[in-house]
Design a protein around this ligand. Structure first.
Ligand code: DPN
Ligand code: ZN
Ligand code: CA
Length: 327
C-alpha cells in the first residue's frame, strides 16, 4: 500500500532532482490527503441506543440465529442504503441457523485497490452485546455515513462489512474471505477491524501488526505494520498512549491475515484485568476487568465508556482517510 510517507519521500526526491537539474520544473506538491472528519459521538451512541432497543424487543439479545441479529442487520443496512451505499447480504448456515454478513460498497475509488473496514454485528445470547460488539458496529457504521456526508473522494475503493456469527468462531468473516475468488482477495489491500472499542474500564490497544510488542503470534502480512503506525499516529496526536495487543486472530481479522491481507484495528479490552501499570497510563480501576460485563447480561447501554468510544471512533475515520488516500 502506498503510504503518505512514501509520497512525501517521493516529493523530496523530486525536489532534490530539481536542484541538481535547474531546468526541471518545480516539483509538484505532494498529493493532498483529505483530513478525516470528527466522528460525532452522539451519532455513534444513537446507533447503540437502537441496538439496545432491538435487543430489548427481541428477547434481550442480538445473537446468531435469533431475531435480534436480523433486526440489527436490517437497521444497519437501511442507514447505509439511505446514504447511497451498495449493500449486499451474504447468507450462510451455522449451527443449524441462517446467518448473514452485510457488505457495503461506496461507489468510486480504484476497484483494484480496496480498503475494507469491518466489525461483528452479532452478540452472545446472554445480553444485548452493546460493547461486544455494538461499539465496533456503531462506530464503523457512523464512519461509513461520514464518508457519504463528507464529499470525500478516496483514491482506494472503500468497502465496509458487518459480520455474523463471530461469537461462534469467526464464522461470517471466514465465509466472506473463503467466498472471494483469488483475484478479488488480492484487491483487498487492507482490512481494519473493530471489536470492543468502548469498554467501561478501557485500555487503548492497537493490534500488534509488526510484532514490535512481542505480544502477537508473529508479524502480520506486510502492510499490517503501516496500518498499526497509522492508527498509533492518531492516538499520539491526541496524546493518548497505546499498547500493542495480540494479533492472534481472536476476532474477524483472523481470516484476512490468514489469506495474506494486511490488517489492523483497535481494542479496549475484554475479560482481562487492568494492571496498576495500565492505570498509570490510562486511569481507571486496577485489578478490575476492562469489561466486567464481557459476554454477560449487563453488556447493555450503560456498559460503555464514552471517551474511549469517541477516541476510537475518531481513530477509525483517521485510519480510513489516511490509508485510502485521495481528497
Ligand atoms: N472477539 C471477541 C469477542 O467477540 O468475544 C473479543 C476480543 C476482541 C478479544 C479483540 C480479543 C481481541
Ligand atoms: Zn464477544
Ligand atoms: Ca507493534
Amino acid at each position: 500500500m502506498k503510504s503518505r510517507l512514501l509520497a512525501l519521500a517521493g516529493a523530496a526526491a523530486l525536489a532534490a532532482g530539481a536542484l541538481a537539474a535547474p531546468t526541471t520544473a518545480a516539483a509538484a506538491p505532494a498529493p493532498a490527503v483529505a483530513a478525516a472528519p470528527d466522528i460525532p459521538i452522539a451519532n455513534v451512541k444513537a446507533h447503540l441506543a437502537q441496538l439496545q432497543s432491538i435487543a430489548t424487543a427481541n428477547g434481550g439479545n442480538r445473537a446468531h440465529g435469533q431475531p435480534g441479529f436480523r433486526a440489527s442487520l436490517d437497521y444497519v443496512k437501511a442507514r447505509l442504503d439511505a446514504a447511497g451505499y451498495q449493500t449486499t447480504i451474504q447468507s450462510f448456515t451455522a449451527s443449524g441457523a441462517t446467518g448473514y454478513n452485510l457488505i457495503a460498497d461506496w461507489p468510486g475509488g480504484d476497484a483494484n485497490q480496496v480498503l475494507m473496514t469491518g466489525a461483528h454485528l452479532d452478540g452472545v445470547r446472554a445480553g444485548a452485546g452493546i460493547n461486544d460488539n455494538g461499539s465496533g458496529s456503531a462506530a464503523v457504521l457512523e464512519t461509513a455515513l461520514a464518508v457519504a456526508r463528507s464529499g470525500y473522494r478516496p483514491a482506494k475503493h472503500l468497502r465496509f462489512g458487518w459480520w455474523g456469527a463471530e461469537e461462534l468462531g469467526l464464522i461470517g468473516s471466514n465465509r466472506y474471505v473463503a467466498s472471494l475468488p483469488a483475484a478479488e482477495r488480492t484487491k483487498i489491500k487492507g482490512y481494519l477491524n473493530y471489536d470492543m472499542i468502548g469498554s467501561p474500564n478501557p485500555g487503548y490497544f492497537v493490534y500488534d501488526g509488526d510484532n514490535s510488542d512481542g505480544v502477537g503470534s508473529g508479524p502480520g502480512p506486510a502492510g499490517s505494520a503501516e496500518i498499526e503506525r497509522t492508527i498509533n499516529g492518531y492516538f499520539s496526536g491526541i496524546g493518548v498512549p497505546t499498547r500493542g495487543t495480540d494479533f492472534d486472530g481472536r476476532s474477524d481479522y483472523g481470516p484476512f491475515i490468514r489469506a495474506g491481507i494486511p490488517a489492523g484495528g483497535t481494542f479496549t479490552g475484554a475479560e482481562g484485568r487492568k494492571t496498576a501499570a495500565q492505570v498509570q497510563l490510562w486511569g481507571g480501576q486496577s485489578g478490575v476487568a476492562f469489561d466486567r460485563c464481557y459476554h454477560g447480561s449487563c453488556d447493555s447501554s450503560s456498559n460503555i465508556n464514552d471517551t474511549a468510544l469517541d477516541r476510537n471512533s475518531d481513530s477509525i475515520a483517521h485510519a480510513v482517510w489516511t490509508l485510502a488516500g485521495g481528497a
